[in-house]
Design a protein around this ligand. Structure first.
Ligand code: NAD
Length: 426
C-alpha cells in the first residue's frame, strides 16, 4: 500500500487514466503520511453503477448501449461530475474522472464529492431523437442514484445544455415535481446559471493571469496555443484574447490553425459557427495538430481530452506554462519530463475547476430559487479561482513539491479530514 510504483510504464499502462490517478494519489498520500485506513477508503470509488439500456433507433430497431455512473466520494457533499458520450468511454476512464472531481471540488473548497458518468456511443452518428431517448432511459435507470442531495450530473464531452434539460425533465417526471437542482449546466431559462457556459474558460483565464504574475511575465506579447476548440477551449481562447493574450494556435482533432501575429478569435468563432469547423479560416495557416503542440509559446492549453502529453512528446514541448483545461491531459511519465524542462504546470484539478465552481453556484441558486446576475457569478468565480491558485502555490512552496502534487495533497488532506471527522461507519 505505501509502495509508490515507478512512473516508467509501457505506453498502454501510461495512458490508463485510472492508473495515472492512482499513482498520483499514492504519491501525495505518501507525502501526507496518510492514515492507512483512510488511504484504502479514498483510493477506491464508493459506488459504481453499470447499465445496459435499450434505445429505439430511428430505423425502428432496438439498440443496447452501456453506460456508467461512478461516485468516487460523497464525504464532503453530494457527488458532482459530468456525463460524457463517446465511443471509447470505459469504466476505468469514468472512475478516474470521478476521482478527479473529488480532488477538484476539494481544491476549490466547495461542498461536493466527486462523480462522473458516461455512455459508450457515437453521438455524432445519432439523431437528436435517438440522443434524447438514450439520455432519458439512462436517467431513468439512475433514478435512485442521483438527486440534488445525492449526485448532481453536468455536461462533459459531447453532452450539453439540451442533454441536461432532458435529464432534469426525466428526473422531474419520476419525482412528480420539477427538480431543477438535479443537474447543472442547464439552459438559463430552466434553472441554469448566468456565466456557467463560459465558466471553465474563465477559470482558465484567471489562473493564467495569476501564473503570469507569479512568474513575473507580462501579458503583452504572451503567446498561447490551445488544443480543442469546444466549450472549454473556445471560451478560454476568447477570454484570454480579451485580456490581451495572443492566441497563435488552435489544434482540433483533424488539424490546426496557426498565426504568428495572432488569430482573431471572435472571427474564428463565427467561422466555426457558419461552417461547422475551424478549417478554411482565412486568418491562419493550416498546420498539423501534433506538431502545433510542440511550437514555441508561453502558454500551452490542452483543452480536448486525456493523454495528449505523454512520454512521447513531453520532451518536445516549448512552452513556459502548461495550463490543463482538459481532465487528465498529461501522463505520469510526461510529468517527469515537464519537471526536467522547468515547465510551470497548472494541474487540471485546479485549472479547469471554474466549471464545477459555477455549477456549485447554479445548484445553490436552484435550491434558493433566487438567481444572481452574471457579474455576481463572475466575481465570485474569480475570487474562488484566485484563492485556490494561491492555496496550491503556497502549499507547493511550503511542502517543497510540484504544483500537481501540492494540489493532490491539499485535496486529499481536506477530504481525509472530513472523512475522519464524520467517523467511519465500518
Ligand atoms: P467539447 O466536446 O465541447 O470540446 C472538445 C473539443 O476537443 C472539440 O472541439 C473536439 O473537436 C476537440 N478534440 C477532441 N479530441 C481531440 C484531439 N484528440 N485532438 C484535438 N482536438 C480534439 O468538450 P469540453 O466540454 O470543451 O471538454 C474538453 C475537456 O475539458 C474534457 O477533458 C473535459 O472533461 C474537460 N472539462 C470540461 C469542463 C466543462 O465545463 N465543459 C469542465 C472541466 C473540464
Amino acid at each position: 500500500m505505501q509502495q509508490v510504483v515507478s512512473p516508467v510504464l509501457p505506453l498502454e499502462q501510461e495512458t490508463n487514466p485510472w492508473e495515472a490517478q492512482a499513482f498520483r494519489f499514492d504519491q501525495a498520500a505518501k507525502k501526507l503520511n496518510l492514515d492507512r485506513g483512510l488511504w484504502k477508503v479514498l483510493r477506491q470509488p464508493v459506488r459504481e453503477l453499470t447499465v445496459h439500456i435499450p434505445v429505439l433507433m430511428d430505423n425502428g430497431e432496438i439498440e443496447v448501449f452501456t453506460g456508467f455512473r461512478i461516485q468516487h466520494s460523497v464525504a464532503r457533499g453530494p457527488g458532482k461530475g459530468g456525463i460524457r458520450y463517446a465511443p471509447d468511454v470505459s469504466q476505468d476512464e469514468v472512475r478516474a474522472l470521478a476521482s478527479w472531481m473529488t480532488w477538484k471540488c476539494a481544491v476549490v473548497n466547495i461542498p461536493f464529492g466527486g462523480a462522473k458518468g458516461g455512455i459508450i456511443c457515437d453521438p455524432k452518428s445519432m439523431s437528436q431523437g435517438e440522443l434524447e431517448r438514450m439520455t432519458r432511459r439512462y436517467t431513468a435507470e439512475m433514478i435512485e442514484f442521483i438527486g440534488p442531495e445525492k449526485d448532481v450530473p453536468a455536461p462533459d464531452m459531447n453532452t450539453n445544455e439540451q442533454t441536461m434539460a432532458w435529464i432534469m425533465d426525466t428526473y422531474s417526471m419520476h419525482m412528480r415535481q420539477t427538480v431543477t437542482a438535479v443537474v447543472t449546466g442547464k439552459p438559463v431559462n430552466i434553472g441554469g446559471s448566468a456565466g456557467r457556459r463560459e465558466a471553465t474558460g474563465r477559470g482558465i483565464a484567471v489562473v493564467c493571469d495569476e501564473a503570469m504574475k507569479h512568474l513575473n511575465m507580462p501579458v503583452e506579447g504572451c503567446r498561447v496555443i490551445l488544443q480543442g476548440f469546444g466549450n472549454v477551449g473556445s471560451n478560454a481562447a476568447k477570454l484570454l484574447a480579451d485580456r490581451g493574450y495572443t492566441i497563435i494556435g488552435v489544434a482540433e482533432y483533424d488539424g490546426g490553425l496557426f498565426s504568428a501575429a495572432g488569430l482573431d478569435v471572435p472571427n474564428l468563432l463565427s467561422h466555426r459557427q457558419r461552417t461547422g469547423s475551424i478549417h478554411g479560416f482565412s486568418g491562419g495557416e493550416a498546420v498539423d495538430t501534433a506538431e502545433l503542440l510542440t511550437r514555441e509559446c508561453e502558454i500551452l492549453i490542452p483543452a480536448a481530452t486525456e493523454n495528449v502529453i505523454t512520454s512521447l512528446n513531453a520532451g518536445d514541448l516549448r512552452c513556459r506554462i502548461l495550463c490543463e483545461g482538459a481532465n487528465g491531459p498529461t501522463t505520469v511519465a510526461a510529468d517527469v519530463l515537464l519537471a526536467q524542462k522547468g515547465i510551470f504546470v497548472l494541474p487540471d484539478i485546479l485549472a479547469n475547476a471554474g466549471g464545477v465552481t459555477a455549477s456549485y453556484f447554479e445548484w445553490v441558486q436552484d435550491r434558493m430559487g433566487y438567481f444572481w446576475t452574471e457579474t455576481e457569478v463572475n466575481q465570485r468565480l474569480e475570487r474562488i479561482m484566485t484563492d485556490s491558485f494561491n492555496d496550491v502555490i503556497s502549499y507547493a512552496t511550503s511542502h517543497e513539491v510540484d504544483n500537481r502534487t501540492a494540489a493532490y495533497m491539499l485535496a486529499i488532506d481536506r477530504v481525509a479530514y472530513t472523512t475522519k471527522q464524520r467517523g467511519m461507519y465500518a
